[in-house]
Design a protein around this ligand. Structure first.
Ligand code: SF4
Ligand SMILES: [Zn+2]
Length: 261
């Protein structure tokens, strides 16, 4: 297998993966979505709330806040030495007190761990009118996307890389190519057709059907796109996904041994 980073940003990573089956890459994708833990608010206790939103709606909004996640120092509640009762190793407490007119933002939450705070400070929670107050205590825990989407670490997808070749495209067809391609793969400048963004190809086949002067061939290599919501860095997500996949394969081996011994 060959892996190459094509684009690396703070919250975004594009890889080219060669020598792996779509099944394997899809397993990695699904592990990222369902097994990589992140921190999210799971319980909210309201002390005061006379705002225009019900407790349930505010609790739901709080659950969806993106929280910085520290996988080294926190355990999943079900794997914690406290047995899931709740302790400093598996829970973070966040409190909120607001009584000023205007928006209440995520940044107003006070966390018991300064490392576990909302990533997007300006996420609005509720808008207070004069005389309205909100006071609550929330508990954030690690969880997995398979339990609730609020614990998913990001957006991930992949597609096959293709080789695009043009042959005998006259001026009219070249202009048509630029027009029909939704991914802006082609450019036509000064009477010359060029393929400027082949990796943008969505495999819609419009260029082939409309002009007949393009050939699109699969390469067997895959483009793997991972966008983190911000709880973890993309590389951390992939590292943890590999670890989770490894755990699953090891437990399968153990079960196989037990079943066949
Ligand atoms: S298959 Fe679709 S996306 Fe790909 S180059 Fe052709 S028109 Fe563009
Ligand atoms: Zn615990």
């Amino acid at each position: 297998m060959k892996v190459q980073a094509l684009e690396k940003k703070k919250d975004f990573l594009t890889l080219s993966i060669a020598g792996a089956s779509p099944g394997f890459i899809n397993a990695l994708r699904r592990i990222i979505l369902s097994e990589v833990p992140t921190m999210a608010i799971d319980v909210v206790e309201f002390k005061k709330n006379n705002t225009g939103l019900y407790d349930e709606i505010i609790a739901h909004r709080l659950g969806l806040l993106v929280l910085k996640t520290d996988l080294k120092h926190y355990n999943l509640p079900e794997e914690c030495s406290c047995g899931g009762v709740g302790c400093a190793k598996c829970q973070v407490r966040l409190t909120l007190k607001a009584n000023k007119q205007g928006f209440v933002y995520a940044s107003q939450l006070q966390s018991s761990d300064p490392k576990i705070v909302p990533v997007h400070e300006k996420t609005p929670i509720v808008k207070l009118l004069p005389g309205q107050e909100l006071e609550l205590e929330a508990v954030a825990t690690l969880g997995r996307g398979k339990t609730h989407a609020k614990w998913q670490p990001g957006h991930v997808y992949f597609r096959e890389r293709v080789s695009i070749k043009t042959k005998h495209c006259d001026e009219e067809k070249s202009k048509q190519l630029v027009e029909v391609c939704p991914a802006k793969v082609f450019a036509f400048k000064q009477g010359k057709l060029s393929i400027k963004n082949p990796d943008n190809c969505l495999l819609c086949n419009a260029c082939v059907e409309k002009t007949g002067c393009v050939e699109i061939t699969p390469t067997g290599e895959y483009l793997f796109f991972l966008e983190s919501w911000g709880q973890l860095k993309p590389v951390e997500i992939l590292e943890r996904a590999s670890y989770e996949l490894d755990l699953k394969l090891n437990s399968l081996l153990t079960l196989l041994k037990q079943a066949t011994s």
